[in-house]
Write a protein that binds this ligand. Structure first.
Ligand code: TA6
Length: 301
């Protein structure tokens, strides 16, 4: 494994050619390439990577609130999706592993750890959410897979609660050929119907995307049931979750893409789909000193 660490990003390449790049800003994965150098994530050509706003693409980390929560006092002053994706994380180091099966071909996975604590936050974020916390975000690149997991720790005495989500922008060839499977029996909230219904709807078939889509699914099969992104009938990605009970599916479509200044090219909505693993329904409560972990394993097929 080769690791390079500038003061803004960490990159890792496996001996077999797979690679990732992670910005310290937001600990945002901005590139994941397979052994042939094919990019798996979508990043807008107008994405800001200078820290001026959350990266439009890759895998932004949403914490401690998903969306905005005006009626949740403790997080009501936070910006949309919280402060994790717009804070500067620390690179804590890397570890590699070589499974016994490799014929001495060198490392077949590398884990990069990133940390965030109150000392990394802007004054504004601290004021908006003064809780004592610690985050360790691990990004593991394997042969044909990428996993991300977050440890959340309450470093204070008082209990507090949070939501978290990994806002993954998957790259696809043509959204018209995409189906998402594994959600057929799942209830979902459609965030585009106003008012957002309190009751959820149960879809009957695999999900295809032909218009603006913004849905919060609670997959019936539980976190271990894989959600897959197919294109032209072939599985491109499979996502398995750990302790993240919801899956958000989002595509801004044409008007949405036009309305987002940092979304480029404007027809880029045809080449991306967000399938986001998260704990976003209700709140995870941590007593003082308690920790929580959740994550996702994405297999690129
Ligand atoms: O992906 C779900 C979602 O909450 C959508 O409602 C949309 O707002 C998207 O996140 C992007 O949010 P952002 O703050 O990154 O523009």
């Amino acid at each position: 494994v080769t690791i390079s660490h500038s003061n803004n990003r960490v990159a890792a390449v496996l001996p077999t050619g797979e690679s990732i790049e992670v910005l310290l800003f937001g600990a945002t994965i901005v590139s994941w390439k397979d052994a042939k150098g094919v990019e798996k994530l979508w990043v807008s050509e107008a994405a800001k990577t200078d820290g001026s706003k959350a990266v439009r693409g890759g895998v932004p980390v949403v914490f401690p609130v998903f969306g905005t929560a005006p009626d949740h006092a403790a997080t009501s002053k936070l910006p949309q999706h919280g402060f994790a994706r717009t804070s500067r994380w620390e690179f804590l180091g890397k570890s590699t592993s070589e499974s016994s099966s490799t014929s001495g071909g060198g490392d077949d996975s590398v884990k990069l750890d990133f940390g965030l604590s109150p000392s990394n936050l802007s004054e504004e974020s601290r004021k908006a959410w003064p809780s004592e916390f610690g985050l360790i975000y691990s990004v593991t690149l394997g042969r044909g897979n990428l996993s991300t997991s977050l440890v959340v720790r309450n470093e204070g005495d008082a209990a507090w609660e949070f939501q978290t989500l990994m806002h993954t922008y998957f790259r696809v060839g043509d959204i018209a050929k995409v189906e998402i499977t594994g959600l057929e029996k799942s209830q979902y909230l459609d965030k585009l119907t106003t008012p957002i219904p309190s009751t959820a709807t149960s879809p009957s078939s695999t999900l295809t995307i032909a218009k603006a889509t913004d849905r919060v699914y609670s997959p019936a099969g539980g976190p271990e049931a894989p959600v897959a992104i197919k294109e032209g009938g072939n599985e491109k990605f499979s996502i398995v979750r750990d302790n993240l009970n919801e899956v958000v599916v989002w595509n801004p479509w044409e008007a949405g893409a036009k309305s987002l200044a940092d979304f480029a090219p404007k027809d880029g909505y045809k080449e991306m789909i967000c399938v986001e693993a998260g704990a976003v329904k209700g709140w995870v409560k941590l007593e003082g000193g308690e920790s929580w972990e959740g994550g996702q394993i994405i297999t690129a097929l």
